[in-house]
Design a protein around this ligand. Structure first.
Ligand SMILES: [Zn+2]
Length: 262
């Protein structure tokens, strides 16, 4: 089924708490779905902030259904697609497109060492443009404001590709240890590798770590040998590896005394 048709149908048929975090530049509604088991911990999981990585939206739908059935702890806020305009461009005529409709790469537009990433560029285009200033885009503002409103205890951002997990962004030593341990747990169940990305900046994960001091992860799904955009036939493998990630994270955080969360 067509990406947007499915997106809207899923919204219509979802029975639980749902809504929009805001609208894209072109006015599309950025939906969220909340699945609540217990009040603590609150986790935000967002997908497809990079347009060509829209395979992760399909992963989202499955993770929502699994959390409804199998989740035991916490409340998870799922945002299946942060960059709807970009995905539309990607599906229409530019399959490798990453940015939003204004040519801004949303995952370098957050106010966390903004503009200091080694791949950052200062002109608009398909990828890596940081925008005229931090939070210049409707989509990043929407995600920022929703995050501040929810005040989550952790966040996950799903990207593709490479089968890697990123957790670090200049935390203090104590937080870094905490976040590394969690990342290693995700490594164990996914088989993906924990990696450092010292030269990136301005991402959602970076901002969550720097401003909210919470564990925040980027998970890159799909083997590096695959090409963008990852085809749906690979979803089965991606889903298999990520099936338990959110359920596990919510249960580990539930034992909050271990992590001394803010
Ligand atoms: Zn990405």
């Amino acid at each position: 089924m067509d990406y947007f048709k499915y997106y809207n149908n899923f919204y219509k048929s979802f029975k639980g708490e749902k809504g929009q975090i805001g609208k894209t530049y072109k006015g599309k509604e950025i939906y969220y779905f909340a699945v609540k088991k217990t009040d603590f911990p609150k986790i935000i999981v967002q997908y497809s902030i990079h347009a060509r990585e829209y395979i992760t939206t399909y992963l989202c739908y499955r993770q929502i259904e699994d959390f409804i059935k199998l989740g035991k702890r916490g409340t998870v806020y799922f945002i299946p697609c942060t960059n709807l305009d970009g995905v539309e461009i990607c599906l229409t005529n530019k399959p490798l497109y990453k940015a939003n409709a204004r040519g801004v790469d949303l995952n370098v537009n957050f106010d966390a060492n903004w503009g200091q990433g080694s791949q950052n560029v200062k002109v608009k285009g398909d990828s890596n443009f940081i925008g005229p200033f931090a939070f210049s885009e409707k989509e990043t503002i929407a995600l920022r404001d929703f995050t501040l409103k929810i005040s989550p205890h952790a966040t996950i951002s799903y990207h593709s590709k490479g089968e890697e997990i990123y957790y670090q962004f200049f935390q203090n030593e104590k937080d870094e240890k905490r976040d590394y341990k969690l990342a290693k747990q995700i490594e164990k169940i996914t088989g993906y590798k924990v990696k450092l990305t010292p030269n990136s900046a301005g991402g959602y994960k970076d901002w969550c770590i720097q401003k909210l001091h919470i564990p925040s992860f980027t998970i890159e799904v799909g083997k590096d040998s695959l090409s963008h955009p990852i085809k749906k036939k690979h979803l089965k493998d991606i889903y298999k590896k990520n099936k338990s990630v959110i359920i596990l994270l919510s249960e580990i955080l539930w034992k909050k005394s271990i992590w001394k969360l803010p």
